[in-house]
Write a protein that binds this ligand. Structure first.
Ligand SMILES: Cc1ncc(COP(=O)(O)O)c(C=O)c1O
Length: 360
């Protein structure tokens, strides 16, 4: 796709150097318009009975297919969640881990993984061990039942050695908040059992959207921790608690405006070509990392990803200073780092502006 045409899909990019998709991606016009159309439809037609419900189910089915297309997996392996955190919570709650079992995680995890992990540990009594992100595979031990870690670290953008994790006997849960939409994310190639991702970040969807890939045999074995109408095989017999086959048993409800926006955002990335989106975002990010390092900043260790972090004695102040210059990045509390998120919608001018303002 033509880079300027793609960028023009995101009006915010005309005003500011928007380098914060690691928190929330830029909103595409077609997503916003679709959400408004859906709200207007509901406003004027009413959310009336069966036709409304069938419409939402149809949208859910299409979105599941689109997301499966991004991950090159079957729609049956994808649950529609509300966030990465929800996906992690689902897995941590569904797995029957207990005393004597160990979950291995890393020193670069987000609260969206650590909080559900800790909540499950308190309920179930398993042991949690923390290893350095880059040494996770070597740290897997005989009691490790699950490795729960980021696909792409939110701290500096390092990419986990998924193949090395997959080579062990432990199950693997990848937190894909900084993965899906940013870098190639094929769960079969990554060899993971679970992949939890966000819709609002690199997929440019609404807040409160996300998905969870679950390896087929595990999906069929695990009970849904929060069953609901759509996650049952037969909602007319709810007390049977018979879950829907596949990952749909982990779905977290229906929303017309949210699905309408998500369908357009994911469709836009698919139209642009996912390989192109990945190549352009990671290529520009590598360029930014080089430019900052050449000018003397300490760039955190990173991989082929869309995140670039650098050390600062006043990260919060630097973020505010950049914002005053129309450049949106974030700082990472407690880490002494400022982080830029570079997407396929970014351009060289955004990067030049950031480099000029960051290097003082
Ligand atoms: C690595 C990582 N995991 C989880 C999250 C939380 O994502 P969500 O808000 O979709 O739960 C984030 C958000 O910044 C993240 O960077």
């Amino acid at each position: 796709m033509d880079a300027d045409a793609f960028r023009a899909e995101f009006p915010v990019c005309a005003r500011i150097a928007f380098l914060n998709a690691g928190s929330d991606g830029p909103v595409p016009t077609r997503g916003a318009e679709a959400a408004v159309r859906q709200v207007e439809h509901e406003l004027h037609e009413g959310r009336a009975g069966r036709p409304h419900f069938e419409r939402l189910l149809g949208m859910a089915g299409k979105l599941r297919e689109q997301l499966a297309g991004l991950m090159a997996c079957s729609p049956e392996d994808v649950a529609l969640t509300r966030s990465t955190t929800d996906g992690v919570s689902t897995v941590m709650s569904a797995l029957r881990l207990g005393p004597g079992d160990e979950v291995l995680t890393s020193d670069e995890e987000h609260p969206g993984l650590l909080a559900p992990l800790e909540a499950a540990r308190r309920r179930r009594g398993f042991h949690v061990r923390i290893a350095p992100f880059a040494e996770l595979a070597d740290a897997i031990g005989p009691r490790t039942r699950l490795v729960a870690c980021s696909h792409v670290s939110w701290v500096g953008g390092r990419v986990v050695d998924a193949a090395a994790l997959a080579a062990s006997d432990a199950m693997v849960l990848l937190d894909g908040a900084q993965g899906l939409g940013a870098v190639p994310t094929n769960p079969h190639e990554l060899g993971c059992d679970f992949y939890a991702a966000s819709g609002q970040k690199w997929l440019c969807g609404p807040d409160g959207s996300g998905c969870l890939y679950v390896r087929r045999h595990l999906a069929d074995e695990l009970d849904p921790p929060w069953p609901n109408y759509g996650s049952l095989a037969d909602p007319s017999r709810p007390s049977d608690l018979d879950p829907h086959p596949g990952a749909r048993r982990f779905d977290m409800g229906l929303s017309g405006p949210l699905f309408a926006w998500s369908l357009e955002s994911v469709g836009l990335l698919a139209d642009a070509g996912l390989d192109w989106v990945h190549e352009r975002g990671t290529g520009l990010a590598a360029r930014l990392a080089d430019a900052l390092a050449e000018r003397g900043l300490t760039v955190s260790p990173r991989g082929r990803s869309t995140l670039v972090s650098w050390s600062s004695s006043d990260p919060e102040g630097d973020m505010a200073g950049l914002a005053a210059n129309g450049i949106v990045v974030r700082y990472l509390p407690g880490r002494g780092l400022v982080r830029a998120s570079v997407g396929a919608w970014s351009n060289e001018e955004d990067l030049d502006r950031l480099v000029a303002a960051a290097v003082r």
